[in-house]
Design a binder for this molecule. Structure first.
Ligand code: MG
Length: 355
C-alpha cells in the first residue's frame, strides 16, 4: 500500500528501551496513542496559538491548530502513499513543547535561560517525550520510536544537517505552514484585528478571492471569508501535491535513502513561497504587532518573568520531576521546565500560589 519512498512501519529501528511488538497496533500507531494520552498533549487545549481567551472564543488554540495540521498532513500523506501513522504521530507531537502564551512565552523563557542554553519549543518537545512525561512503566519518557524522535529532531536543527528528513516529516512541516498562514488571518478577521478589504490587498488572498468569485458571485463578506479560507487551504495542498509529484519523478525518488539525499520534496515552488512570505510579513506587521496584541504580550511577558524569579527564590516549590537527571541542581532549567508545562491559566494559578 505504501510508496517505495515511504517509511514502512516494519522497517522501524525500534525504541531506545526495546519493547515487544503489539498484537494489533504498529509502532507508529502506538507512538500516536502515547502522545494523545500524555498530559502535555491535553494541555495544548489551554495554550494560546496567537490570541488569548480574553479576546473571544472563535480563534484556534494550540490543540485545534495541532488537529488541523494533523488532518492536512494526513491528506498529503494519503495522496502520496506515505505512512499515515507516522505522519499523525509527528503532527500530534510537533507543538507539544510550546510554553504558555505562545511565542511571547518562548521569548521570555529563552531570555531567562540564556545562561543555560536558552529555550526552544522544538527542543522542549524532545525533552517532554524523552523524560518529562511519565508512563506507567518505571522508565522516564514515552519511549517513542527512533523515526518519530528523528522527525522531531530535524525541526530543532532545521538546516544543520545535509540529509533531508523523511517525507513523513516533510509533510508535517508543510501542513504546519499551510495551517497557520491560513488560520491566523481568519482568526484576526473574526476577532476584528483586520478587515477583509485590507487582507484582500495581499496577493495570495486576492487571488483566492478571485478563484472563489469565479464559482460564486455576490458573496457577502462573511461568506467570502469562509470561502477564501477553504480555497487557500485546498489551493496550497494542491500546489504541494503537484510540486511533490513532479519532484519525485524528476529526482527519481524511489527509497527513503534517496529521500534523504534529495532536496526538499514537499515544499512550495519559488513564486508561491514568495507570496506566502508576503502574507506572513503582512500578518507579522498587522496582526502579531497589533497594539492590542502588543499590550497583551507585554503583560504576559511580565507574568512569566515574575513566575521565573519566584521559582528561583523558592526552589522547594519545584517538583523533583522537573530537574534534569544530568543536572540535578540546575534550578533555572527546572523552573523553565515547570513553566513550560503550564497552560495559560496555569501561570495565573501558580503566580497566585507563590505570592
Ligand atoms: Mg505548529
Amino acid at each position: 500500500m505504501l510508496a517505495p519512498y515511504a517509511m514502512a512501519s516494519g522497517d522501524s529501528r525500534g525504541r531506545r528501551h526495546p519493547e515487544p511488538e503489539h498484537e494489533y497496533r504498529g509502532p507508529f500507531q502506538r507512538d500516536r496513542d502515547r502522545i494523545i494520552h500524555s498530559a502535555a498533549y491535553r494541555r495544548l487545549s489551554g495554550k494560546m496559538q496567537v490570541f488569548t481567551g480574553e479576546m473571544g472564543d472563535y480563534h484556534r488554540t494550540r490543540l485545534t491548530h495541532t488537529l488541523e495540521v494533523s488532518g492536512l498532513a494526513r491528506t498529503l500523506a494519503r495522496a502520496l502513499a506515505l505512512n499515515e501513522d507516522l505522519v499523525e504521530a509527528l503532527a500530534l507531537l510537533h507543538d507539544l513543547g510550546h510554553p504558555p502564551f505562545g511565542h511571547t512565552g518562548e521569548e521570555v523563557l529563552d531570555d531567562c535561560l540564556a545562561e543555560h542554553g536558552g529555550f526552544d519549543h522544538n527542543a522542549q518537545t524532545l525533552q517532554i517525550v524523552e523524560w518529562l512525561e511519565r508512563r506507567w512503566l518505571p522508565k522516564p519518557g514515552l519511549n517513542l520510536t527512533f523515526e518519530v524522535l528523528e522527525g522531531q529532531t530535524t525541526r530543532v536543527h532545521k538546516s544543520a544537517s545535509d540529509t533531508r528528513p523523511l517525507l513523513e516529516a516533510q509533510v508535517v512541516e508543510a501542513a504546519d505552514s499551510v495551517a497557520y498562514d491560513t488560520h491566523d488571518a481568519d482568526d484576526a478577521l473574526v476577532l476584528g484585528l483586520l478587515s477583509l478589504p485590507e487582507l484582500l490587498e495581499v496577493p495570495l488572498w486576492r487571488q483566492a478571492a478571485g478563484r472563489v468569485r469565479r464559482r460564486f458571485c455576490n458573496l457577502a463578506d462573511e461568506e467570502l471569508r469562509r470561502a477564501c479560507v477553504h480555497e487557500l487551504i485546498d489551493w496550497q495542498i494542491s500546489e504541494l501535491l503537484r510540486t511533490a509529484d513532479a519532484r519525485l519523478a524528476d529526482w527519481q525518488v524511489d527509497s527513503t535513502t534517496r529521500v534523504r539525499e534529495c532536496p526538499v520534496v514537499v515544499g512550495f515552488e519559488e513564486e508561491f513561497a514568495q507570496q506566502k512570505a508576503e502574507l506572513e510579513r503582512f500578518l507579522f506587521d498587522r496582526v502579531y504587532r497589533h497594539p492590542l496584541i502588543v499590550t497583551i504580550r507585554g503583560r504576559v511577558a511580565a507574568e512569566i518573568s515574575e513566575l521565573f524569579a519566584l521559582l528561583l527564590a523558592q526552589p522547594q516549590q519545584i517538583a523533583p520531576e522537573f530537574f534534569p537527571a544530568d543536572e540535578p541542581s540546575n534550578i533555572a532549567r527546572a523552573a523553565g521546565n515547570l513553566i513550560a508545562s503550564q497552560t495559560d491559566q496555569g501561570v495565573a494559578r501558580l503566580l497566585q500560589a507563590l505570592t
